[in-house]
Ligand binder design. Structure first.
Ligand code: SF4
Length: 343
């Protein structure tokens, strides 16, 4: 095993040697954080796009790998749209709030959310490798959540007391922003809770920062006594190429159940062609399309909303094009409901 190196050791069609990428933390440190720099890199410096002036709390953040998958001089690029803070974010739109899913009412201990029967969620970190402009947790009060491993003990003890919980979701932010060592420490602590059976990791890092799929991470996923499930988050087939595709193959080849959830986003994937291409690409990579979420109505994201009626029509059309196993379930989350509502 090559410590600190990524697991991407597949040979791509036209390369003679395995691809070994740099340490993911270095890639993160080198991510683009300036909208003007991003636009200049894409040949859009003088395009006159109106940018947000109020995004200081949730600034632009784009790793180089994700940037490389954007098309130059393409103002409507679906990947660019997901990350560029446009002026529309600053509009106050009725019905869009900072806590769109009313998550504060489900906080059972610091860092622990319990929304659904049998499952509980740990908000392990507020950090991400990309800032998705439609993120429903973009205003989440992460500063109130535990930081050091010891601070998580009340959450672990709450899980220990509730024997109805069989599955723990690691979320955030992005839980893979933790180092492999810290992540392993969390997993080992969870393994000591006898009634837990499954460990689900919700992450966008394999998509936006593929060299985060390290050998140590794959070892952890395949060695835990808990049944691992990884839910990645891609919204467009253009995301699922190059180093991202290699990393995802490496993940799925371990045999770990890997699902994708996406959000229906205006200007990104609100066409049957885009949704069909996304599902087909996921299946090609061995990933099951899981959910297509109706946008959560979070402040700053109104310009991404697609009407539910349009979403239903898209799903109907998608059904004609795809085999059943490639169909995501179109759902809306309503705070307090015992499950996500199929639409
Ligand atoms: S990666 Fe996930 S948690 Fe992070 S900004 Fe994007 S949607 Fe939000």
């Amino acid at each position: 095993m090559v410590s600190g190196k990524v697991a991407i050791a597949e040979r791509s069609a036209n390369e003679a040697s395995p691809i070994i990428l740099d340490d993911w933390r270095r890639s993160l440190a080198e991510a683009v954080r300036d909208p003007d720099q991003l636009l200049a890199r894409l040949g859009l410096a003088n395009h006159g796009l109106g940018l947000s002036t109020q995004s200081r709390q949730f600034p632009l953040l784009v790793p180089e790998s994700f940037l490389k998958r954007m098309r130059s001089e393409h103002v409507k690029d679906p990947l660019l749209r997901q990350v560029l803070p446009l002026a529309e974010e600053d509009d106050s739109v009725p019905g869009f709030t900072t806590d769109a899913l009313d998550e504060s009412q489900f906080r059972k201990a610091p860092g622990l959310l319990h929304k659904y029967e049998g499952r509980a969620l740990l908000v392990l970190t507020g950090a991400c490798a990309v800032h998705c402009r439609y993120c429903f947790r973009r205003h989440y009060p992460y500063s109130q959540e535990p930081k050091r491993l010891d601070d998580w003990e009340p959450a672990f003890e709450a899980l220990e007391r509730d024997e109805s919980i069989r599955e723990v979701l690691l979320s955030g932010g992005d839980p893979l922003m933790l180092t492999d060592e810290r992540l392993a420490a969390v997993v080992r602590r969870l393994e000591r809770i006898p009634h837990l059976r499954r460990l689900r990791i919700h992450t966008r890092l394999p998509i936006v920062l593929p060299n985060r799929v390290t050998l140590e991470l794959l070892d952890l996923l395949t060695s835990t006594r808990l049944t691992p499930v990884v839910v990645v988050h891609a919204n467009h087939s253009q995301e699922l190429v190059a180093d991202c595709a290699l990393a995802l193959r490496q993940l799925t080849q371990t045999g770990v159940m890997t699902l994708n959830h996406s959000v229906l986003l205006r200007g990104v994937n609100d066409s049957v062609e885009a949704l069909a291409a996304l599902s087909e690409r996921l299946i090609d990579l061995g990933i099951k399309p899981y959910y297509l979420h109706q946008l959560d109505r979070v402040s700053g994201a109104a310009h991404f909303e697609v009407a539910e009626e349009i979403g239903r029509q898209l799903i109907e059309e998608l059904r004609r094009r795809l085999p059943g196993y490639a169909m995501p379930q179109y759902v809306r989350e309503t705070p307090g409901d015992p499950f996500k509502t199929p639409l």
